[in-house]
Design a protein around this ligand. Structure first.
Ligand SMILES: N[C@@H](CCC(=O)N[C@@H](CS)C(=O)NCC(=O)O)C(=O)O
Length: 208
């Protein structure tokens, strides 16, 4: 399996899940800042994902799966004993999918592009920050009542995704001061060996 990624992007989430599951995964970096987006092997990434975004997972049969929320589930399901996703058909599985979708649509796609493209202007950024803050309040409240992880006592694929997206907060000027449980969550997840290893492999700064 090969994961197409760009450092520090949402592709960190499936990268973490693979390492947490102990699944060897080949990495191929994509330069998403240049047009065309070339992979480090010099391939035009448009051939792999016509939507031009990471993550994309190339399976051993050569087929490609896109969309982070699907990719993390595929990887996690390869190692059920790692407990990164609840069993298919269980009520908990739908709850995990609910979190993945919440993170994708209510957080990920509000941080990016709105806070990563200054050309959208300060009004769009202010609206995005207000919306993100409301959504982080929801996550904070949930972690306070039912944490320490999104699914309770056990780290899951949803935590890898939340960690990845909330990790953009400093750059996006989202203040986490009002969210102590979320800040604890970020420290706790950031200290996990697999998370540190994934970040280091992407050349990201890893906390001491
Ligand atoms: N719907 C996709 C969105 C992925 C996405 O937004 N990827 C960003 C990085 S976080 C990207 O590669 N952007 C480059 C581009 O769109 O050209 C998913 O959830 O996997």
């Amino acid at each position: 399996m090969k994961l197409y990624y760009a450092p520090g992007t949402c592709a960190l989430s499936p990268h973490i899940v693979a390492l947490e599951a102990g699944i060897p995964i080949e990495l191929e970096r994509v330069d998403i800042r240049k047009t065309p987006h070339l992979t480090e092997a010099g391939v035009d990434f448009a051939v792999i994902n016509p939507n031009l975004y990471v993550p994309a997972l190339e399976l051993d049969d050569g087929s490609v799966l896109t969309e982070g929320t699907a990719i993390v589930q595929l990887i996690a399901d390869l190692k059920p004993d790692a407990g990164l996703v609840p069993a298919f058909g269980s009520p908990e599985r739908y709850r995990l999918q609910s979190w993945l979708n919440f993170i994708a649509t209510e957080l990920h796609k509000v941080y990016s592009p709105w806070l990563f493209h200054p050309e959208y202007g300060t009004q769009a950024q202010d609206v995005a920050r207000t919306k993100i803050t409301e959504r982080l309040e929801f996550a904070e409240d949930h972690l306070a009542r039912s944490g320490p992880f999104l699914m309770g006592d056990r780290f899951s694929a949803a935590d890898a995704y939340l960690f990845t997206i909330v990790g953009w907060s400093e750059f996006a000027k989202i203040d986490l001061a009002a969210f102590p449980h979320l800040r604890d969550f970020m420290s706790r997840v950031g200290a996990r060996p697999a998370v540190r290893a994934a970040m280091a492999a992407e050349g990201m700064k890893v906390a001491a």
